[in-house]
Write a protein that binds this ligand. Structure first.
Ligand code: C5P
Length: 235
């Protein structure tokens, strides 16, 4: 079985209020993206990794993240696009010539606390179901709110899940979902939504609350504080 991973890290990160793009900010002295790549490098089932970086940061990414850490599985570095979906599509096109890929995983470059065990569970579920994603049942009460900050209504949280990455798919399905989405000008915030648009079922498997997406300065501070404890429990 051949498994490839795509790591989109080409966002501009306005919410981080920093000159340095999010994936290159340091966590315990190392770029966030390097932490993420380390985990994929350690999972035997993952044969290769494609990193997507902002077109202005390709050299920086190569010199500051990929080369110093000596990642052997990172075979490609491709320029990102306007939306996350465009960035992932660029990577998919770069993988197109590889006709022996079974499963493609997509994982946010800014989720460094993913564990090998979760990656393996996504691969396994994607093989059985075609598409599989990590999620957590919503814990808080969820409301739809208008732009003026007034509640419109309350959602029934019992069937609402918060979705994380990695998301895993049989390669041919993912490819078809992207082609179909672009043919209809559909944009989603994750890959699973493109399969959903085709009427293709996607399995949700339990995620981990510590699989944080580092989005704001507070997230980075929290990640820094959590890192020692998370390392001690990593599987
Ligand atoms: O957009 P969001 O915050 O959900 O970003 C999730 C991941 O997608 C990040 O790692 C970010 O760098 C990446 N991204 C990308 N290309 C974009 C936008 C986001 O690779 N155009």
């Amino acid at each position: 079985m051949r498994v490839a991973a795509i790591i989109p890290a080409a966002g501009v990160g306005v919410r981080m209020q920093s000159q340095i793009p999010k994936p290159y900010l340091k966590l315990a002295g190392k770029p966030i993206l390097a932490h993420t790549l380390e985990v994929f490098e350690a999972v035997k089932e993952v044969k290769e990794v494609t990193v997507v970086a902002h077109p202005d940061d390709l050299e920086y990414c190569r010199e500051e993240v990929i080369a110093p850490q000596g990642f052997k599985k990172v075979l490609r570095l491709v320029p990102g696009g306007k939306e996350r979906q465009d960035s992932v599509y660029h990577a998919l096109k770069a993988l197109q010539q590889e006709d022996d890929l079974d499963i493609i995983l997509v994982h946010d470059g800014v989720r460094p606390f993913i564990t090998p065990d979760q990656i393996r569970r996504v691969i396994k579920a994607a093989r059985s179901h075609g598409g599989a994603i990590l999620g957590l049942p919503a814990q808080d009460t969820l409301k739809r709110v208008n732009p003026q900050g007034k509640v419109i209504h309350t959602l029934d949280r019992k069937d609402i899940w918060q979705i994380q990455t990695p998301q895993g798919f049989q390669a041919d399905l993912l490819w078809r979902a992207f082609v179909e989405a672009y043919s209809r000008n559909f944009y989603g915030t994750d890959e699973a939504s493109l399969l959903e648009e085709m009427g293709q079922p996607v399995a949700v498997i339990p995620g981990d609350p510590w699989n944080l997406k580092i989005t704001t300065p507070d997230d980075l501070e929290l990640a820094e504080a959590l890192l020692p404890w998370l390392r001690s429990r990593k599987t």
